[in-house]
Design a protein around this ligand. Structure first.
Ligand SMILES: Nc1ncnc2c1ncn2[C@@H]1O[C@H](COP(=O)(O)OP(=O)(O)O)[C@@H](O)[C@H]1O
Ligand SMILES: [Mg+2]
Length: 250
């Protein structure tokens, strides 16, 4: 098998599970409920990229403002504000796209607010990523955007457009989503997972009376994967995965 070019995450334990890192230039979906560490993991991927591997990174947030993000990540001593000044990092606040008002006109053509959302997002990512020559891009999180497309065909097109746009940047990309509920939306979830090149799931596993954080690689193109759920911890150093352990009790 030819060697696959990889993008190491630098997250303790994770690269071991991934056989060295994410396949370069691919789009990986990170799925997990609120509080599972999606924002921390993706930010750690970016900070390590800049500090250890000399790769610039962009964080596209559909969830929070820049001030909030910088303050929150400051708790881990990750100084994204300084890296932004040094043009190694870009923050793109895409949160207004979650609730665009009414219909929008581009040229003489009136388009629905949904199409405008995805087009604006794609345009914003392209511009900012080029500006700093980003090799790593995070989009956190696409849940509400995807929910603007209740129709399966439209949703498929929107997600495909976004994945396509990310692939065209040449960067290794992480996209997060909070979708993983049961029932009616289940089919839609499988769609996003199917369209991404890799899927990682963050969840809580109950062992006895305690809940343990577990990370599971569900799919990863060009990578022989360890599909066991592995425990992970969040501390002031960020995320650490324990690639040799099965679920443990504290
Ligand atoms: N210093 C810390 N030590 C332990 N856990 C932390 C620390 N800082 C944040 N957390 C945990 O991280 C979680 C939030 O992570 P975050 O990446 O914002 O989640 P998500 O983006 O998936 O909603 C919370 O559950 C919180 O308990
Ligand atoms: Mg978050």
């Amino acid at each position: 098998m030819p060697m696959i070019d990889r993008t190491p995450t630098g997250i303790p334990g994770l690269d071991e599970i991934l056989g060295g890192g994410f396949p370069r230039g691919r789009v990986i979906l990170l799925v997990g409920g609120p509080g599972t560490g999606k924002t921390i993991l993706t930010s750690q991927f970016l900070i390590n990229g800049i500090k250890i591997y000399g790769e610039n990174g962009a964080f596209v947030s559909l969830d929070e403002t820049k001030a909030h993000f910088i303050r929150e990540m400051g708790l881990f001593s990750w100084k994204f504000d300084e890296l932004e000044k040094a043009k190694k990092f870009a923050f793109i606040n895409a949160s207004p796209l979650r609730h665009m008002p009414g219909e929008v006109k581009i040229g003489r053509q009136a388009i629905g607010r949904k199409d405008f959302s995805i087009l604006s997002l794609i345009e914003g990512i392209k511009t900012h990523a080029e500006l700093i020559n980003a090799k790593r891009i995070v989009v956190d999180h696409v849940t509400s955007l995807i929910f603007q497309y209740p129709e399966m065909v439209e949703r498929r097109t929107a997600v495909l457009d976004l994945v396509d746009a990310l692939v065209r940047t040449g960067a290794t990309c992480l996209m997060t989503t909070e979708l993983r509920a049961m029932g009616a939306v289940e089919r839609a979830i499988q769609l996003e997972e199917y369209l991404a090149h890799g899927v990682i799931i963050l969840s809580n596993a109950k062992v006895g009376k305690t809940y343990n954080r577990v990370l599971q690689v569900e799919k990863m193109r060009e990578t022989p994967i360890d599909m066991q759920p592995r425990p992970y911890k969040i501390s002031t150093n960020g995320i650490e995965v324990f690639p040799k352990e099965t679920i443990f009790v504290d």
